[in-house]
Design a protein around this ligand. Sequence first.
Ligand code: 1AE
Length: 397
Amino acid sequence: MGITATYLFPTHPDQEKIAEQHALGLTIGSWTDIPHLEQEQLKHHKGEVLSVVPGEKKDTVTIFYPSANVSADLPAIFTTVYGKLSFFEGYELIDLQFDDQLLAQFPGPRFGVTGIREQLGVYDRPLLKAIFKGVMGRDLSFFSAQLTELLAGGIDLIKDDEILFENELTPFYKRVTTAKEIIDQHYEQTGARALYAVNLSGRSHDLHEKAERATELGASALLFNVHAYGLDTLQSLRENDNIGLPILAHSALSGVLAGQAGSGFSYPLLVGKLTRMVGGDLSLFPSPYGNVAISREDALGINAMLVEENGFERTFAVPSAGIHPGMVPQLLADFGDNLVINAGGGIFGHPDGPTPGAQAFRAAIDASVNKISLPEAAKISIPLQHALDQWGIVQAT
Ligand code: 1AE
């Protein structure tokens, strides 16, 4: 019973020996002989090299760590499998496999794809999410006007910009109550539901109280900069039944943990598998196509981890950054129905304003679902035509 970690190590002719040294050093051993170590201790606690597969630039190494070495939490697991190893250049942690007992200690998403679709009553198309842009330095009347315009354009979800924190003009709780009022009114008028993910921010020790109060005030979702706080903090929020809201995990800062060629975590592990395991209902990460991009292989790898069969609810993929309507068919081809289309500039930068900006996305989504080309769909959607005139159509090369 335990954890199997898969790494890429810099190639070495003596890799088996090196891997063995790390397996010992990361568990019960040290850099030198420890005379008092007993055979029995070694048997129960030593890391075991399972395989070494030589590669051209990197060798793939798998090491098994006994579950007796760790408590059932990611801080203990990370420190064991990658703690000291993280100081060595060129060592990547690309996957972790957990035994069933250990896996059962993690919550997974409270809602996930199924629960969020149920909350919204939308089952047959990718969801559309907007990002508030330009709210910093503006007050609640601006915030309200933006939200009203976006809802009129047909968005399903909206999130704060991840860089909007506690401030006097749009205080956290006021954003929650203001958004609730507008979203409720929209529902009464149109029958369409929407979720607003307010940015849960501030000091770690205040997060639970803040999120619980937001729940009491009628918040519908939380945005959380998970890598600024750590995955374990997200897990604790997910496990708090007094909160019970969908959590949108934003991947800001994960670039230093996963985006460094040749070291760190792999994106699929960090932003995919682990984010889902600790309870992210939606995982937001850069798409391969916009102004902040990760490789297509990484983006598809994240999605694979968000949907693979593992007993947890599926987590929505939210490929983001620089998204515009001309990317919708490609995003749909890449991510299937596990997709939330997420745009800030692609809605607010629309030449006719945010309502047509959102309408252009909805037209692109409907066309893509029905296998109609965007130029064809634009013949009956002026907002889509104007978006295509502005940004064109993007296809993976
Ligand atoms: C990868 C981060 C994307 C994000 O959070 C964000 O705010 C994007 O904004 P736009 O859509 O690029 O304007």
